[in-house]
Design a protein around this ligand. Structure first.
Ligand code: HDE
Length: 698
């Protein structure tokens, strides 16, 4: 029987999809158009089940129907218990210069060498279908497919963590996820369970400062830092070990949204972060990060104020600079989300010769958890055979069989040692293989938190005082918002009692915001006195502005009668700065400019609110502005851009809309009259990203 209606090609000739899902059959290629069952049997009718008579019962012998429904019923795998919502991309890591003094890791031996990588960004608390702009930590997991095996650097966009010991992980995660009786709130920490646990866990205070800061509402994955969090080891060929902290620094600089904007983005575009990454990579605007290392020896570790094994602490860059050693470039989106992003299995225990663990008790616990969780999620021990998880270097061992094994070695030898000769007998150990750093360890077996982990407030304060005043205000606002959702007053007060140990001004602000009658007494700290550490500017986003509009987006609200030449000038200026521009109109069908040109809009106004853009221009025609005055979405566009401190370019007619919205008569310096100022200067102004001097912003 012929298998295609259009050509003589058969199912067996189907091409293979590039890299991604491995030997995946192409679904929709021209000419490969015969629908078959999984067994390869051509299907004649995919519209109707097999019935006894036209209106009769469905027959169980309908194997095609049963196979189709059975497969559909099994499409889902368990979502990740944390970091369920994520988005990934392929790329490469390029080594700047060899680092043999520090490490024998193969990927750091040759300048210019490119190691393939897969990166997955995620939120922690929300489930797979939650929105992108939850206030949350972002995962930043990188799988390096090195020539000596896969190295997974499974990090976050915040350099410290809530807890010091892995045994508390289920507790912190249960507390932040939806409450078990109600099953809400989802993807939000603003509820009693979370703050109850936090208020009883002072070691979380440093991390709390970070998650209440703008770091937890990034503008894009492309504009955030990443951190390995724990102290790791690098080991060189002579067996010498150095401690290391890993940092990813975005080439485009850091940027966050404001909270009121985050709330609105979640409604306007729940996929804001994934769309951003997809659009940037598809447009060839490949995001980059530099891998920077803070390396140090035991002597430094001993002299440092905190225990380097404590994951609630960081080492300020002013004390120990982070040196760039290579760059990460993301240049290709997965072909199939499930095969790659969903099935990718990151595991902290995936390290390579030249990299090793420290005794950080959180890291040690993670090394158990990640293998265990993949078994549950991916259903069997052969998840390493999936193309996204398999090493790209040769790999040979005597592991065999199991569910869905698709690396099936041939021959007799399936054990080691054997006497079947080098080739037939299979692989052997090598002296160049991985060896654990021979760290001395002694002491009684005990469940104990070291005293060196006991200072919970000094670095929390350091983070707070390192922020600009605007960022400090955001931390206060976030705490007030979150704690206002907490129903039990005692929990609110307990949190404020910790804040008193961090910063009295902050504690007072939060107490005022919550309407507390009086400040509670400060929580008794485990260690007194708190050390007053100097501010570290590297911890602030706003003190490190990107000074570029590259990778950013201008939204232009237009109507009939818009000045097309002005739009051309704006587009040229944005493009020259490395940004993008989108048009928003009363309809997507088209806008007729003053000169008669018809322009298609990217968004109808209701679907293109100003929260989706980094800066806006409001350029209605003289007549067209009248229609905008009546549209709530147009009024919100302007009111929100203003409240979110955005730079706003405008034409004369836009002033009618400004007045309608109630903006001050005297426009502040965040406004640029585009009929009087050239587009290039306006975009230059926009590189500051926000006009924070607006007193009545959100
Ligand atoms: Fe994870 N974490 N984690 N975590 N984590 C998982 O593994 C866990 C921690 C991080 O995109 C799980 O595959 C424990 C710190 C990222 O696929 C699970 C502890 C940091 C991702 C797990 C921690 C992370 C995960 C769930 C405390 C920053 C997403 C699904 C001891 C350094 C990876 C999975 C991806 C995922 C356990 C703490 C980062 C259950 C037990 C600290 C980025 O294994």
């Amino acid at each position: 029987m012929a298998r295609t209606s259009k050509s003589t090609l058969t199912y067996g000739d189907l091409p293979i999809v590039r890299g991604a899902g491995g030997e995946t059959h192409q679904r929709a290629e021209e000419g490969y158009d015969v629908l078959t069952t999984q067994q390869g049997m051509p299907v004649a009718d995919d519209q109707n089940t097999l019935k006894q008579g036209a209106r009769g019962p469905t027959l169980i012998e309908d194997a095609h129907f049963r196979e189709k429904i059975f497969h559909f019923d099994h499409e889902r795998i368990p979502e990740r218990v944390v970091h369920a919502r994520g988005y990934g991309a392929h790329g490469f890591f390029e080594t700047y210069k060899p680092l043999p003094e520090l490490t024998r890791a193969d990927l750091f031996q040759r300048a210019g060498e490119k190691t393939p990588v897969f990166v997955r960004f995620s939120t922690v608390a929300g489930n797979k279908g939650s929105f992108d702009l939850a206030r949350d930590v972002r995962g930043f997991a990188v799988k390096f497919y090195t020539q000596e095996g896969n190295w997974d650097l499974v990090g976050n966009n915040i350099p410290v963590f809530f807890i010091q010991d892995a045994i508390k992980f289920p507790d912190i995660i249960h507390s932040v996820k939806d409450e078990p009786d109600k099953a809400f709130p989802q993807a939000a920490s603003a509820h009693d369970n979370f703050w109850d646990f936090i208020s009883l866990t002072p070691e979380s205070m440093h991390m709390i400062m970070w998650v209440m800061s703008d770091r937890a509402i990034p503008r894009s994955f492309r504009f955030m830092e990443g951190f390995g969090v724990h102290t790791f080891r690098l080991v060189n060929a002579k067996g010498k070990s150095s401690f290391v902290k890993f940092h990813w620094k975005p080439k485009l600089g850091m940027q966050s949204v404001v909270w009121n904007e985050a709330v609105k983005i979640n409604g306007a575009d729940p996929d804001f972060h994934r769309r951003d990454l997809w659009n940037a990579i598809k447009a060839g605007d490949f995001p980059e990060w530099e891998l920077c290392l803070q390396t140090f020896d035991q002597k430094f570790a001993d002299s440092f104020d905190f225990d380097v094994l404590d994951p609630t602490k960081l080492i300020p860059e002013e004390l120990l600079p982070a040196t760039p050693v290579g760059r990460l470039v993301l240049d290709r989106m997965p072909d199939n989300f499930f095969a790659e992003t969903e099935q990718v299995a990151f595991m902290t225990q995936n390290i390579v010769p030249g990299i090793d663990f420290s005794n950080d008790p959180l890291l040690q616990g993670r090394n158990f958890s990640y293998l265990d969780t993949q078994l549950k999620r991916l259903g069997g021990p052969n998840f390493t055979h999936l193309p996204i998880n398999a090493p790209k270097c040769p790999f040979h061992n005597f592991q065999q069989d199991g569910h869905m094994a698709f690396h099936n070695p041939v021959g007799r030898a399936n054990y080691e040692p054997n006497s079947w000769g080098t080739h037939i007998g299979g692989p052997r150990e090598t002296a160049a293989g991985f060896e654990s750093f021979a760290e001395e360890a002694e002491g009684p077996k005990q469940r104990l938190r070291p005293e060196s982990f006991a200072d919970h407030y000094s670095q929390a304060r350091q983070f707070f005082i390192s922020q600009s005043l605007i960022e400090q205000r955001h931390i206060g606002d976030a705490l007030v918002f979150e704690l206002s959702k907490v129903e039990v007053p005692a929990i609110r007060e307990r949190v404020v009692s910790h804040l008193l140990n961090i910063d009295e001004g902050l504690a007072q602000t939060v107490a005022d915001g919550l309407g507390l009658a009086a400040l509670p007494t400060a929580a008794p700290p485990a260690v007194t006195p708190r050390i007053d550490l100097p501010a570290s500017d590297a911890l602030s986003i706003l003190k490190n502005p990107p000074g570029t509009f590259k990778g950013r987006k201008l939204g232009v609200l237009i109507t009939d009668g818009v000045d097309a030449a002005l739009l051309d000038a704006l587009l040229a200026a944005v493009t020259a700065a490395g940004g993008t521009m989108e048009l928003i109109g009363p309809s997507v069908a088209g806008i007729t400019a003053k000169d008669g040109t018809v322009l298609a809009a990217h968004h109808k106004i209701d679907g293109g609110p100003s929260v989706l853009f980094d800066a806006v221009a409001v350029l209605p025609g003289d007549e067209g502005v009248q229609s905008l005055l009546k549209l709530p979405a147009a009024r919100d566009f302007v009111a929100d851009a203003y409240a979110h401190y955005k730079f706003i370019g405008f034409s004369e007619a836009a002033k009618k809309l400004f007045t309608k919205v109630g903006l001050p008569e005297d426009l502040d310096d965040g406004f640029t009259d585009l009929t009087a100022t050239d587009a290039v200067s306006f975009i230059e102004t926009c590189t500051a990203l926000r006009f924070w001097d607006r007193p009545d912003g959100a």
